[in-house]
Design a protein around this ligand. Structure first.
Ligand code: 3AM
Length: 184
């Protein structure tokens, strides 16, 4: 079985800025640079035949390259506890369009639809037992964060291996996005 997800890689220079955001909250398990990415679609455990179907259908996606800027920080929380600290994105539309194409391609091969709304973010930390107010303070302190603009000219299929001291993410396949106008 393979535990798979679709994501965009973060350039090393942008990771420098993200790494600088990783500190100052007790109870945060900060992401290592090699764990940083922007998830487009979590797939989960599939067998080898389904993994090959996934690769085929993702390879058939035609979508344009686009520019992306990370901006701001925030958190996901339940009622009392914050669970995840993240960096956000400035302009969600191109990501959502790519996400929707991926969702349709996966539905075409029979995968269950993702019911949760897509909220693009780069996870910076997972939290255990951190009160909401701590995360609110963190997000307020780093509200001015913005990366430089970078080009997204491919997306990736990753596998995730849950090791004892954190997840190991391995790129399994890459899918180019079109960087030139297609003549009509
Ligand atoms: O990239 P981030 O950190 O946003 O939280 C997991 C991680 O997201 C998420 O998939 C990414 C790669 O592991 N993930 C793990 N299990 C999940 C699930 N059951 C999940 N997302 C949705 N449903």
């Amino acid at each position: 079985m393979h535990r798979l997800f679709v994501a965009i890689e973060i350039p090393e220079g942008v990771k420098d800025g993200l790494t600088a955001l990783c500190g100052g909250v007790d109870g945060a398990r900060w992401r290592q640079r090699e764990q940083m990415h922007l998830t487009l679609r979590f797939i989960g455990e599939v067998d080898g035949a389904v993994a090959r179907d996934i690769d085929d259908t993702l390879r058939g996606i035609r979508a344009p390259a686009f520019s992306l800027t990370l901006q701001g920080t925030g958190f996901f929380a339940d009622r009392k506890r914050a669970r995840v600290l993240w960096a956000g994105v400035r302009e969600e539309r191109p990501l959502k369009q790519l996400h929707d194409k991926i969702e349709r391609a996966l539905a075409d091969i029979g995968l269950e639809p993702e019911r949760r709304r897509f909220r693009p973010h780069v996870t910076l930390a997972r939290l255990s037992d951190v009160p909401r107010v701590e995360a609110e303070g963190y997000a307020a302190r780093h509200g001015e964060y913005a990366s430089g603009e970078f080009t997204v000219d491919r997306f990736m299929l990753f596998s995730s291996y849950l090791a004892r001291d954190g997840a190991i993410y391995t790129p399994e396949a890459e899918y180019p996005l079109a960087t030139e106008e297609v003549p009509v």
